[in-house]
Write a protein that binds this ligand. Structure first.
Ligand SMILES: NC(=O)C1=CN([C@@H]2O[C@H](COP(=O)(O)OP(=O)(O)OC[C@H]3O[C@@H](n4cnc5c(N)ncnc54)[C@H](O)[C@@H]3O)[C@@H](O)[C@H]2O)C=CC1
Ligand SMILES: [Mg+2]
Length: 352
């Protein structure tokens, strides 16, 4: 049976999967909401909304932790009414996921002026008072939240940002129209469909067998070193990007390479970070740092990196003694890559 056979047929198809796992049911439900505007509008009635203001998520402080509050459609309509606005701004909301019980989750930015909304954006301070929370920049918010909320809000921000930046067709110059879920925008004058974009980036921890290579850019927080990262160029495979970036930035040639994991990263725009381990050709360890890209690059022993990782841990931060450098926060895939190298020195790499 084709998946692309119209709404009634799709419902029947989805119905047949009622006995499947919760995960499969959830993904099929989200698929339906992305494709079917009426189903998505219906899901908004019982769904939950995460709020943003100029791409900063609304957070509330509970005990010692921040949480991302959810609001129902009714609560939002009341809020908009309180500020003398109609509900048209709700058309700018985007679908970001759903619970296991199939409660759909949406994100809405109350501070952006979109082409589909004639409403002026709402004043940040007034909304914060009304909702008893604060709109906090995502660069700070991500590190204050649990992993689930951090991941949800970073997806939400990436999608809201993409819609905000793609309100016009690049061919006709006419306003584009988003579908209800926000999974695409269409230009009504020529039917060109625009889908949210993600830029692939490779991040590689290079090792010479006993030491690993850490680098810093001038834009990094003071003292922080990380693995080497770079955007994929058009036409490249991931392997080619790894080889090129390492040659470009530190003048080394990759011998062996293996994939570790991937992560969506919202800064500064939406990227898909693809993390790899690489080793350099034996005896070729002399660095020629490209100072147009990097501020510094150096080899570090496993002991040095293990010590800094231990100090990075919140329970050890009171420990005395100077820390020679800092590593990226736990949430960043660079941290996971470095930790993996410290803990599993002997992986079985594939030729590059
Ligand atoms: N999550 C993590 O653990 C880490 C994430 N990153 C992210 O990786 C990304 C890439 O790292 P860089 O070393 O800066 O990349 P890079 O080495 O490719 O240099 C950046 C330059 O590439 C060019 N470029 C090519 N395509 C681009 C595109 N689609 N968007 C923006 N610039 C593009 C620009 O000239 C830009 O200045 C950054 O966005 C950074 O936030 C970096 C380190 C750790
Ligand atoms: Mg780079």
């Amino acid at each position: 049976m084709s998946l692309y056979c119209g709404t009634a047929c799709r419902r029947k198809f989805l119905g047949a999967y009622r006995l499947l796992s919760t995960y499969v049911n959830k993904t099929r439900y989200l698929f339906e909401l992305k494709e079917d505007d009426d189903a998505c509008k219906k899901a908004q009635q019982t769904g939950a909304f995460y709020l943003f203001h100029n791409l900063a998520p609304l957070l509330q402080k509970s005990e010692h932790q921040y949480v991302a509050p959810q609001h129902s459609l009714l609560e939002l309509e009341r809020l908009l009414g309180k500020f003398g606005q109609d509900s048209q701004i709700l058309e700018d909301s985007v679908l970001i996921g759903c619970s296991e019980q199939q409660e759909a989750w949406f994100a809405l930015d109350l501070g952006l002026n979109s082409s589909s909304s004639i409403n002026a954006s709402l004043q940040k301070a007034e909304v914060e008072t009304a909702l008893q929370g604060s709109f906090i920049k995502l660069t700070k918010a991500l590190f204050e939240l649990n992993v689930k909320d951090a991941s949800l809000l970073s997806t939400a921000q990436a999608l809201l940002r993409w819609h905000d930046a793609h309100q016009f067709c690049s061919r006709s110059g006419q306003p584009t129209k988003k579908n209800v879920s926000g999974s695409k925008r269409v230009c009504p004058s020529n039917n060109i469909i625009y889908y949210p974009q993600v830029a692939p980036v490779v991040i590689t921890l290079v090792s010479d067998g006993t030491r690993c290579l850490l680098v810093r850019q001038s834009s990094f927080p003071k003292g922080m070193y990380s693995a080497l990262a770079g955007f994929c160029d058009i036409g490249e495979s991931l392997e080619e990007t790894v080889r090129r970036e390492i040659a470009e930035e530190v003048g080394l040639e990759v011998d062996r390479l293996h994939y570790s994991a991937s992560q969506h990263w919202p800064f500064p725009h939406s990227t898909l970070m693809i993390a790899c381990h690489a080793t350099v050709k034996p005896g070729q360890t002399e660095l020629q740092v490209n100072l147009r890209e990097l501020e510094a690059a150096a080899w570090f022993s496993r002991d040095e990196v293990a010590t800094v990782l231990r100090r990075n841990h919140p329970s050890n931060q009171q420990q005395s003694g100077a820390v020679p450098f800092r590593l990226p926060p736990k949430l960043a895939i660079a941290h996971q890559l470095i930790k993996e190298w410290v803990e599993k020195p002997t992986c079985s790499p594939l030729p590059a």
